[in-house]
Design a protein around this ligand. Structure first.
Ligand code: ADP
Ligand code: F6P
Length: 467
């Protein structure tokens, strides 16, 4: 079996927590084979970036590149996070396009290709991840790499009218055609890509799903990312006996816990969520002393202004709720800006009666899946889930809400808190049976199998095809 070469901007480390869904999924996804994981080291240098650093850890070799400050700013902070991120999450008013940013984005993709190409072997399979690296396939082909190269987009693919607001939309979509296979999170995202190709590029969709445009073709399908379901469930059960979980439970007395865990990002719907909690406490005074809302929100992309703004806004709103409804011995909202070990988080999920996952738009949202897998099947908590999270297409036994509708979230929270145990068990069992088969291993295998199928034989393996 050839090596698997993963390329992503953020390279996961087994030591850190909170690196987002991409790193979490990839760390859980490898097992059998030799893996190279190439990407940014997370370091920013004032000098031109030094040599690629290579760290071996068993069968995983990390190849890490520092970014010099101007590239970190232009490629990562500005183009990836101030142009692509807001546009792909339907927040076009936040996108600030600039030609220099686009140039920096392409420059770093070229640099990654130049660094990676010499390290490749003929039977390597390449798997490129996420919006930071859309031009990497073309850049690698420019370096005469002819190995199979797949691309997976972790974030939503926007509707054509939204994507077209980006001045370089055509170049971006054209770049996707340099890959052999393009994977999206959901059928919705795949459909948006097909719509773009038909309407904006005058292309067509073949009977087997191959997409033709720009005088070439690419295979595209949806592969909903997932978690290592049984491992999460086992770790959550174990975590209940840890000191941190015990302290949390003791601190609740007989109050019920409502939990939210999200990177502090404006796509996560945190302001609407907090407003919904306030609405609930206003309308149903009986909850003022009987629930605790624990919102864990580690800061993310702190050098980007919009992220500083959302943080300040949340600080103010949560302060207001606690000021309004707090008592000397009880604050309704506990708000924590830090990371925890995954196991600790799973223990917190298991100790919760409700999981609030209400992003305004999200590629998948692994927290939703982790919350479900962490529950005690005999006494499970209830997931309140945004219809605009990719996960809502699979976890349809959650209480599905429109995250822009504060009253609806408050009502769902009320319903979740009052839900009888039989209904909680039924909903939980339905979601677990889905997650048991649709786990991170099935996700990886279905993508890699599809990538390695010869052209003209494009089918995807059964678990994912059912989506
Ligand atoms: P995103 O990729 O946008 O951050 P996801 O929900 O898909 O969103 O993935 C987030 C991942 O990061 C999950 O695996 C979650 O457990 C982890 N995570 C989020 N917050 C924390 C935290 N405070 N500490 C540790 N891990 C976290
Ligand atoms: O899953 C979406 C994602 O943007 C990943 O690509 C990224 O690694 C993660 O969220 C966290 O963001 P960042 O790498 O910018 O800290």
């Amino acid at each position: 079996m050839g090596r698997l070469v993963i390329v992503s901007n953020r390279v996961g480390s087994s030591l850190k927590g909170n690196e987002g869904g991409l790193a979490t999924a990839m760390l859980a996804a490898f097992d059998r084979r030799e893996v190279i994981w190439f990407g940014w080291s997370g370091e920013v240098t004032d000098e031109p970036s030094g040599p690629t650093r290579v760290h071996r850890e068993g069968r995983l070799t990390r190849m890490l590149v520092d970014l010099e400050r101007s590239d970190y700013e232009g490629y990562y902070l500005e183009f990836a996070n101030c142009v692509l991120w807001p546009t792909f999450h339907y927040r076009v008013n936040l996108a600030e396009y600039g030609r220099e940013r686009w140039a920096a984005y392409r420059r770093v993709n070229e640099m990654f290709a130049e660094r990676l190409a010499p390290a490749l072997e003929p039977d390597d399979i390449l798997w490129v991840h996420d919006y930071h690296l859309i031009p990497l396939g073309a850049a690698l082909r420019g370096q005469r790499v002819d190995n199979p190269i797949g691309f997976f987009l972790h974030i939503p693919f926007p509707a054509p009218e939204v994507l077209a607001t980006l001045p370089v939309h055509e170049a971006l979509v054209r770049a996707l055609f340099a890959f052999d296979l393009v994977g999206f999170q959901t059928e919705n995202d795949l459909q948006a890509f097909r719509d773009y190709v038909e309407r904006e590029a005058g292309g067509r969709i073949g009977a087997d799903g191959t997409i033709y445009a720009y005088g070439t073709s690419v295979r595209a399908a949806s592969f909903p990312i997932s978690i290592d379901t049984r491992v999460v469930a086992a770790r959550a059960a174990r975590a209940m006996s840890t000191r941190q979980a015990a302290r949390l439970r003791d601190s609740l007395s007989d109050r019920r816990l409502v939990i939210g865990v999200d990177r502090l990002d404006y796509t996560k719907g945190l302001v609407h969520r907090v407003d919904a909690v306030e609405r609930l406490l206003e309308g149903k005074p009986e909850y003022r002393r009987s629930i605790v809302v624990l919102q864990i929100a580690p800061p993310s992309r702190e050098d980007v202004l919009e992220y500083q703004r959302i943080r300040a806004e949340l600080d103010a709103r949560i302060g207001r709720i606690n000021g309004r409804f707090g008592e000397p011995d009880h604050l309704p909202v506990r708000y924590i800006n830090r990371s925890f070990r995954q196991e600790t988080l799973f223990g917190f999920y298991r100790a919760s009666r409700v999981g609030l996952v209400t992003p305004l738009r999200d590629g998948m949202n692994l927290v939703a899946k982790e919350f479900v897998a962490s529950q005690d099947p005999d006494d499970p908590g209830v997931l309140v889930l945004s219809r605009f999270a990719g996960a809502a297409r699979e976890l349809d036994s959650a209480l599905i809400v429109n995250p822009f509708d504060v009253d609806q979230i408050a009502d769902a929270l009320d319903r979740a808190l009052a839900m009888p145990v039989e209904e909680r068990r039924e909903r939980h069992a339905a979601m677990m049976s889905h997650l048991d088969t649709h786990n991170v291993h099935a996700w990886r295998d279905s993508f890699l199998d599809a990538l390695q199928q010869p052209d003209g034989l494009f089918t995807i393996s059964p678990p994912m095809a059912a989506e």
